[in-house]
Design a protein around this ligand. Structure first.
Ligand code: NAD
Ligand code: ZN
Length: 244
């Protein structure tokens, strides 16, 4: 892929860059996005029907088991070249802020220690009632493990559909979007709010918006540069073209 020379020179002189990532950046690590159909045991469920407070109230065990299965799936995966390219960008750009909607922890594993996790992390578990975090829980397969403090049931520390995002993380993300020179939107379908509005907020404040996605999204017509393809291929090439 040849990148526009204007994009290359812009990135060479950049001081503040924000990147927002979605499930697409982890696709090449072998993790499914929400748009891919689920397979096997979970084929009959849509993620939207499991990742919600209503689903958890209706059938906590079903939701707990789905997350246990996803937690196991994440254990076996590694960051891909897209994650590593973003870690490299963090070293090159004076002010680089990474915001992710992913809950898989792969950015951290790739070396992005400072990051805004808008939707939480599936490796963290907390009480649904009193919010106490726990590092260990019993693996009784018949029921959902309980909080050792109050006896409430445990849940993953992720943001479900219909729940609000952690306020400090969201505020930091909005501030970053409003003040950056370049905003990257990578591997996200741009339909889950409020994350989807960040690129538009950046754009209306005069930032140059760069999208990297395997398919067109609602952001594509607005983006200053829309790079279509896999993030695990495009990002390393871009880093090489700009800083190599
Ligand atoms: P999404 O599933 O709605 O969209 C994924 C996007 O990635 C699509 O636009 C698709 O075209 C694109 N894509 C797929 N493969 C790609 C690749 N190799 N390179 C570049 N783009 C690629 O995901 P979303 O926008 O992140 O939003 C939905 C919700 O999904 C979020 O709330 C997130 O928390 C959750 N989610 C997270 C994970 C994870 O942590 N790995 C996995 C599934 C879903
Ligand atoms: Zn509790």
């Amino acid at each position: 892929m040849n990148f526009a020379p204007e994009l290359i020179s812009l990135l060479r002189g950049i001081s503040k860059l924000v990147a927002l990532t979605g499930a697409g950046v982890s696709q090449e690590s072998g993790l499914r996005t929400f748009r891919d159909a689920q397979t096997g045991l979970w084929a009959q469920y849509k993620p939207e029907e499991l990742a919600s407070p209503e689903a958890f109230r209706r059938d906590p065990k079903l939701v707990w088991d789905w997350y246990a299965w996803r937690r196991e799936a994440v254990k076996g995966v590694r960051p891909n070249p897209g994650h590593y390219a973003l870690a490299e960008m963090a070293k090159r750009v004076p002010e680089f802020i990474l915001i992710t909607q992913n809950v898989d922890g792969l950015h951290h594993m790739a070396g992005n220690q400072r990051l805004i996790e808008l939707h939480g992390n599936i490796q963290r578990v907390r009480c649904a009632e009193c919010y106490t975090f726990t590092e260990t829980w019993g693996d009784d397969t018949k029921s959902v493990p309980q909080c050792s403090v109050c006896g409430g049931i445990l849940r993953p520390d992720v943001v479900w559909f219909g729940e609000s995002l952690p306020r400090d993380q969201l505020e930091a993300a909005v501030e970053a979007a409003r003040t950056c020179e370049v905003f990257f939107s990578i591997g996200t379908s741009g339909v889950v709010q409020p994350a989807a509005s960040l690129a538009f907020a950046a754009h209306s404040r005069g930032a140059v918006v760069v999208e990297i996605n395997a398919e067109p999204t609602p952001l594509t017509p607005e983006a200053n540069f829309a790079l279509q393809g896999k993030s695990g291929e495009i990002l390393p090439r871009l880093v090489e073209a700009v800083w190599g």
